[in-house]
Design a protein around this ligand. Structure first.
Ligand code: UGA
Length: 433
């Protein structure tokens, strides 16, 4: 595995648990030391236990040496990140090409190079050329594309029991290599789609674009609900019974964040522009805009509940991670809202069950609390911005004891409005009366 971030570490551990000999490489020695010591450097339920088990089986090792990796691997999985470029929509491929160009000159025997990183379509073809030019083994290095669909918080299960496997190949040898590498997963009944390189790269971004569109669709309906005193949660429930629409990813609220959906739709638009088909994806500009408008709406709603003034008002922020069961704060809607409120003069107190350390480093100007109750102490308003189970289960009567004013905005439509109103709270939510 080249890269042991979210994707690479999970894939390494899972492949070792399926019986393969795995060597994980990263250029960050601290990460490698921690993983080798049985410690997962991010929050992912179930991963650490499986890491320890596979380490003790002897089938999983970690290294910082490309020489060792080149010597060892029959299949090299590329798992490095492709973040958004600064001040641009396009994806930053520096890590991708750094990994490719570090490994390729060392490949002296036939092997497979399988790309898993999310890349703009056309990258796999460019990588193929570079590897064939730079590797002593030349065209005996088979390049395939194998996009990854795992969700943070469910990474282990999504890897061991994926909805589908996609293999972008240019030869039977490449296809067979992937069928062999995933034999234990395929035998569990996972469907396989074999295709060309371009389609395989597109499947990944198309999937994320569709998911983002679904979320922004229901959030657009939430805007209309707000103007008509309708209830978006009931609207979504009613839509979900139509099996052609389905209910998943139709949860209205503060919208999507994280290290994938936002940057993937932007990189997809940038790539479409390069290809001269930007009109085909113009709608994604709207998807992005609807998503960001939810954050502005949350700030407006907070102001409205606090009699049009945020200055020196105390606001408890429940949630910092971009979604529950994660400590990832990349493009976190919760922290974006917290920052906007802070900049508007409010005194925020942020609490999250897992993402506090990451939030403190990235947003040092915000105030943090050690628990839900501490965050709520003296608050004029409570905002639920990431729907951790711990927050969904908060007792409104207990929280009422801590706050100065019983005002809550449910940014994720995760609470029972009646329960909170009966306990004397002014309950508001996005897209509900
Ligand atoms: C997403 C995709 O779901 C994965 O399939 C994909 O592999 C991954 O990106 C990736 O490209 O690596 P992830 O970023 O872990 O996975 O998060 P999601 O579970 O998709 O949630 C994304 C955001 O949408 C979160 O902020 C979540 O709160 C929000 N969301 C999700 C909603 O606002 N409403 C919904 O109904 C669902």
């Amino acid at each position: 595995m080249l890269g042991t971030g979210y994707l690479g570490a999970t894939h390494a551990v899972c492949m070792a648990s399926l019986g393969f000999e795995v060597l994980g490489l990263d250029v960050d020695p601290t990460k490698i030391e921690r993983l080798a010591a049985g410690e997962v450097p991010f929050y992912e339920p179930g991963l650490e236990a499986l890491l320890r088990k596979t380490l003790s089986s002897g089938r999983l090792r970690f290294t910082t040496s490309y020489e060792e990796v080149a010597e060892f691997g029959d299949v090299h999985f590329l798992c490095v990140g492709t973040p958004q470029k600064e001040n641009e929509y396009a994806a930053d491929l520096d890590y991708v090409y750094a990994a490719v160009m570090s490994l390729a000159p060392l490949l002296t025997r036939p092997c497979v190079f399988a790309g898993k990183s999310t890349v703009p379509v056309g990258t796999a073809e460019r990588i193929t050329m570079r590897i064939h030019e730079a590797a002593p083994a030349g065209e005996a290095v088979e390049v395939v594309w194998n996009p990854e669909f795992l969700r943070e918080g469910f990474a282990v299960d999504d890897t061991l029991h994926p909805d589908r496997l996609v293999f972008g190949v240019t030869s039977e040898r490449g296809e067979q290599a992937m069928l062999d590498a995933y034999a234990p997963v395929i035998s569990g009944g996972t469907p396989v789609v074999v295709t060309d390189l371009a389609t395989a790269q597109l499947v990944k971004v198309a999937a994320n674009a569709f998911l983002a569109t679904k979320i922004s669709f229901i959030n657009a309906m939430a805007e209309v609900c707000e103007a008509t005193h309708a209830d978006v949660t009931k609207l979504s429930e009613a839509l979900s019974h139509d099996t052609r629409i389905g209910g998943r990813f139709l949860h209205a609220g503060l919208g999507f964040g994280g290290g994938c959906l936002p940057k993937d739709i932007r990189a997809f638009m940038a790539r479409a522009g390069e290809l001269g088909v930007d009109q085909a994806l113009t709608f994604l500009t709207e998807v992005d805009a609807i998503n960001l408008r939810r954050r502005a709406r949350m700030v407006d709603l907070a102001r409205e509940l606090l009699d049009d003034s945020l200055s020196n008002r105390r606001i408890a922020i429940l949630g910092a991670a971009f979604k529950p069961n994660s400590d990832d704060i990349r493009d976190s809607p919760a922290l974006d809202v917290a920052t906007r409120l802070h900049q508007a003069g409010a005194e925020v107190a942020v609490y999250d069950p897992a993402a506090m350390d990451n939030a403190r480093v990235r947003y040092p100007d915000l105030n943090y609390a050690g628990s839900t109750l501490e965050a709520a102490q003296g608050a004029h308003l409570v905002l639920l911005l990431t729907e951790w189970l711990e927050f969904r289960e908060v007792d409104p009567a207990v929280l009422a004891e801590a706050v100065t004013s019983r005002n809550i905005i449910d940014g994720r439509n995760a609470l029972d409005p009646d329960r909170w109103r009966h306990a004397g709270w002014t309950y508001r939510a996005l897209g509900r009366p």
